[in-house]
Design a protein around this ligand. Structure first.
Ligand SMILES: *Cc1c(COP(=O)(O)O)cnc(C)c1O
Length: 384
């Protein structure tokens, strides 16, 4: 079979794929159908936290697949319970709802905020504030939450009740809050798809304060920033704030579909029987993978993520390209068009991403230093 031809003929044309068919992976390396080797600086867009076919991860998945792969949420299962306990213990949150993707994790967050506001302030308090340049998913509600018009126009009408504030504009945010009836505010601490833009610490703290003063549900979308990516287990932990809701997905199960919406004490019992559900949510195989991921993300591991992030930043800045981001979530301002840089990287055997006009790097969190050095050497060549 010709992979590329067959795919192009039969798969919906929603992805502009690179001209590469990946057939296998091993750690931070992967191989195309011609046997060409690539260093992976994408992690499948922030998913494969431990690279490809990691043996510990694969064992956890295989063991669970051979024991119990699915039961429906009508029954209790150990991996789901264990994962929820780990997530709550490590974040101070109270309860978790499991789903299968980032969009679904955010969808749940919005439902929590709306129901909380309806019960505590009145049904007219349904508005959710998000930020310009944000990205929250592809369902009609999470598209509405996404503060980028270019995603909206062909799918109108979207879910009503979303307002957009400018990132880092505290006065603008206060004005929106004062002039509208607000249920919740949803932010990414580092806007991933929007161009790897880290919010100012003062702004993140101000969002937290404004939410507390106005009994607004403070939600952080940690779909991309979560699960160790920024050098903390969740990125809000850099800012000394405590959100009411944290949504996450991508790296959580390191290569299997899993979303989670973490709820603080304040909103822990907002959703009750029948309010929400997901057939696959909390699936035992995905949950077992995530338990294994969480058990490996200790403080020493997270410190290494920070160190590797610093290494990349220093090398790239020394080559005179501005760097944005946090930990191993990195944006690089290129001089050439980013599409040319991406093509040059592929040519040199490195897979990278873009975010808006920037080159974006999301390497596996456990990438060994020698491979990282080699990848950065090649990226610097490709940038020039
Ligand atoms: C990727 C992403 C999403 C959407 O996740 P899906 O799993 O594709 O639904 C939502 N929010 C952020 C911040 C993301 O990076």
């Amino acid at each position: 079979m010709n992979i590329k031809q067959t795919d192009s003929r039969y798969v919906a044309h929603t992805y502009k794929r690179f001209d590469v068919a990946i057939v296998k992976g091993d750690g931070c390396l992967c191989y195309d159908d011609n046997g060409k080797e690539y260093i992976d600086m994408t992690s499948g867009i922030g998913v494969n936290a431990f690279g490809y076919a990691d043996p510990v991860w694969a064992q956890a998945v295989a063991d669970q697949a051979k024991t119990l792969q699915h039961t429906s949420n009508l029954y209790y299962t150990a991996p789901c319970a264990e994962l929820a306990e780990i997530l709550c213990t490590r974040t101070g949150m109270s309860r978790v709802f499991f789903s299968n993707s980032g969009a679904e994790a955010n969808e749940c967050a919005v439902k929590v905020a709306r129901k909380y506001a309806a019960e505590h302030k009145g049904a007219e308090y349904y508005n959710i504030i998000t930020l310009n340049k944000s990205f929250h998913g592809r369902t009609l509600t999470t598209l509405a939450a996404t503060g980028q018009d270019s995603f909206h126009h062909t799918f109108l009408p979207l879910t009503d009740g979303f307002l957009y504030a400018e990132p880092n504009d505290i006065d603008g945010l206060k004005k929106l809050v004062n002039e509208n009836k607000i249920a919740g505010i949803l932010i990414e601490t580092v806007q991933g798809e929007g161009g790897v833009n880290a919010l100012d610490a003062d702004f993140v703290k101000a969002v937290d304060m404004i939410c507390k003063e106005n009994d607004i549900v403070f939600m952080v979308d940690e779909v991309q920033t979560g699960n160790g990516r920024t050098g903390k287990l969740y990125s809000y932990m850099h800012f000394g704030v405590q959100p009411d809701v944290v949504s996450t997905a991508k790296g959580l199960a390191a290569g299997l579909p899993m979303g989670a919406t973490l709820m603080s004490e304040k909103v822990a019992d907002v959703l009750s029987y029948g309010d929400h559900g997901s057939t696959f949510g909390g699936n035992p195989v995905c949950a077992a993978a995530a338990v294994s991921v969480m058990n490996r993300m200790d403080e020493a591991f997270l410190a290494e993520v920070t160190e590797k992030g610093k290494y990349i930043k220093e090398r790239i800045e020394a080559a005179c390209y501005p760097v944005s981001g946090l930990g191993l979530m990195i944006g690089i301002k290129t001089k050439k068009p980013v599409s040319e840089v991406l093509a040059a990287c592929i040519e040199k055997g490195v897979l990278c991403l873009s975010a808006k006009e920037k080159l974006r790097l999301l390497p596996p969190l456990n990438i060994p230093m020698d491979l990282l050095e080699e990848a950065v050497d090649k990226i610097i060549e490709a940038l020039g």
